[in-house]
Design a protein around this ligand. Structure first.
Ligand SMILES: Nc1nc2c(c(=O)[nH]1)N[C@H]1C(S)=C(S)[C@@H](COP(=O)(O)O)O[C@H]1N2
Ligand SMILES: [Mo]
Length: 523
């Protein structure tokens, strides 16, 4: 080793180009550092300030309907994980491109990072409930991204001096260490952001609420309410298994003590209710089966819980609904909106509720803690507002809700439907396995369920004990099936005498229809 190299004249030519691999790494790490820091700062301000989540949320709102449909159908409840992973991959590629564009000069990379920061700022600023501070997160993210890029790019350039150059060797080591530090820092920042955008304060509030006890207990669920032992769903769906559908990447963080509901619009008296006002009222309990309009024939988006809450008809009577107000337009704390027919909500016999309890517990956060709306007989998108904070009496002509603006129906009563749960699709079963499943016709009630094998005669199935007309009913057909392949179909008849028709309809605009069928093999 010799020291003469150190006194190499400054005129020595700097490396003209970074190698492609090093350039790509510099771009990738800088983008990661920016995105992760933005997520952390967003976590400190409010979850929706995270540029990563804001871009994702905007993507959800802008996604064309067919793609959203496809995503829900293909990935189910993992659709959001898939979206965020896809975004991470796109961001990574963006970073690689920014790096590769900057092999000779850092200018193209800087411009691309500024553009990305601008896009993130627009996404954050255009969230329906954006606060003034929120834009700090994309701003800090851009600065960190730019700063990291400048430093790593410089180290990389110095590192590309001819082999043996001491300064170059030191720079290469510095680049290596710098890369490791940036990777670790970005990982920590992202994890910190994830914790902060999570659910700390609101979990404590939920625990403090404790068990929810109705003023008058509902009759116990009769033991004959399901055929779970033979493969039907259990009558009550445990909270952790209850289907979940919403447009949220992060859950709203609304503590019970901060909750307010404003009742206004075409009313005689405006009301504002807080948690104490609400829970001082009589608490009703009712088992209700909720269904999502996106549920395909045979799909999983249906569940039943014992809901506890306050009568909406009472609250609306107190406010005094003015004539002509045919729509109750509700908004959740994050800006999602929903329109329901006033006539349904003001009819005490329909049991529309402001719900605070689900199967005895406070509402789980993902199901709307602290307060949501439930209206038996209407699909969730026109009745089930979670994290509800605003209720306005208006008209269907004056206001269009979130999904209505995206092509779904304005009025959407739940259709009479049925689903086979056992045997499962392509199941291999013994010859006397009962055929079981579930039928629903909320508000009308199920009168009859028929099952047929291999397109033969329809046979009436046994029905479970009816709990109420707003909840599902299980069916069971016992028999001895021949060995070999079979197809089984089901159709339900409700108490108005309507029998499900075979005509298939897609979920959009107002719910799927058609018979569910399952192929199975008897061994
Ligand atoms: N705030 C809010 N409420 C919402 C939604 C939403 O996206 N945001 N989705 C609705 C839809 S489409 C359905 S089907 C029900 C589902 O309620 P769950 O997730 O508790 O099953 O919530 C409704 N309430
Ligand atoms: Mo839904």
């Amino acid at each position: 080793m010799t020291l003469t190299r150190l006194s190499r004249p400054p005129a020595a030519a700097p490396a003209t180009r970074l190698s492609a691999a090093v350039a790509a790494l510099v771009g990738l790490l800088s983008t990661m550092a920016g995105v992760a820091t933005g997520h952390l700062v967003g976590g400190l301000i409010s979850p929706q300030a995270s540029p990563f989540l804001a871009v994702g949320a905007s993507a959800i709102d802008l996604t064309p309907l067919w793609l959203k449909d496809f995503a829900v159908r293909t990935f189910g409840t993992y659709d959001k994980v898939v979206l965020l992973s896809g975004m991470a991959v796109v961001l990574g590629l963006f970073g690689v491109v920014a790096g590769l564009a900057s092999r000779r000069s850092r200018a193209p990379g800087l411009v691309l990072i500024v553009l990305l920061g601008a896009l993130a700022s627009v996404a954050v600023g255009s969230r329906p409930t954006a606060g003034a501070l929120d834009v700090l997160a994309p701003l800090v993210a851009s600065l960190v991204g730019l700063g990291t890029f400048v430093v790593l790019h410089r180290l990389a350039r110095l590192g590309e001096q001819p082999a043996g150059d001491l300064l170059a060797g030191a720079s290469r080591r510095a680049l290596l260490v710098g890369s490791a530090v940036v990777t670790a820092g970005a990982g920590l920042a992202a994890a910190g952001g994830q914790l902060l955008t999570g659910r700390a304060g609101v979990e404590a509030s939920r625990r403090a609420v404790g068990r929810i006890v109705p003023t008058v207990a509902a009759p116990p669920i009769p033991p004959g309410a399901d055929f779970a032992a033979d493969g039907s769903p259990s009558f009550i769906t445990p909270n952790r298994d209850f289907y979940r559908v919403d447009v949220n990447l992060t859950l709203p963080q609304l503590r019970a003590e901060d909750w307010r509901l404003r009742v206004h619009g075409m009313v005689d008296r405006e009301l504002t209710l807080n948690w104490a006002d609400l829970t001082a009222r009589p608490l009703l309990a009712r088992p209700v089966t909720m269904t999502c309009v996106s549920n395909e024939v045979g799909g999983p988006y249906i569940s039943t819980a014992m809901f506890t809450g306050v009568s909406l008809a009472d609250i609306l009577a107190e406010a005094g609904v003015r004539p002509g107000a045919d729509q109750v337009f509700t908004t959740s704390v994050d800006g999602w909106t929903c329109g329901s027919p006033t006539a349904v909500l003001t009819d005490p016999a329909r049991h529309a509720m402001l719900v605070i309890g689900m199967n005895g517990e406070p509402l789980p956060i993902e199901h709307g803690f602290p307060v949501r709306m439930i209206v038996p007989g209407l699909y969730g998108f026109v009745s089930g507002t979670k994290w509800i904070t605003d209720l306005e009496l208006t008209t269907f002509d004056a206001q269009r809700a979130y999904w209505v603006r995206r092509g779904w129906g304005q009025r959407a009563p739940i259709k009479t439907m049925s689903r086979i749960d056992s045997p499962g699709a392509f199941g291999r079963v013994g010859p006397d396995t009962p055929i079981t499943g579930v039928a629903w016709a909320q508000t009308r009630g199920i009168e009859k369920v028929e099952v047929r094998l291999d397109h033969g005669e329809w046979r009436p199935a046994e029905l479970s004990t009816e709990v109420n007309v707003d909840a599902w009913r299980m069916f069971r057909l016992r028999g001895r099936w021949e060995p070999g392949n079979h197809v089984v179909e089901v159709r339900a008849t409700d108490k108005t005498g309507y029998t499900q028709s075979a005509d298939r309809a897609a979920p959009i605009p107002d719910g799927a229809s058609g018979w569910h069928s399952v192929q199975f093999t008897v061994l």
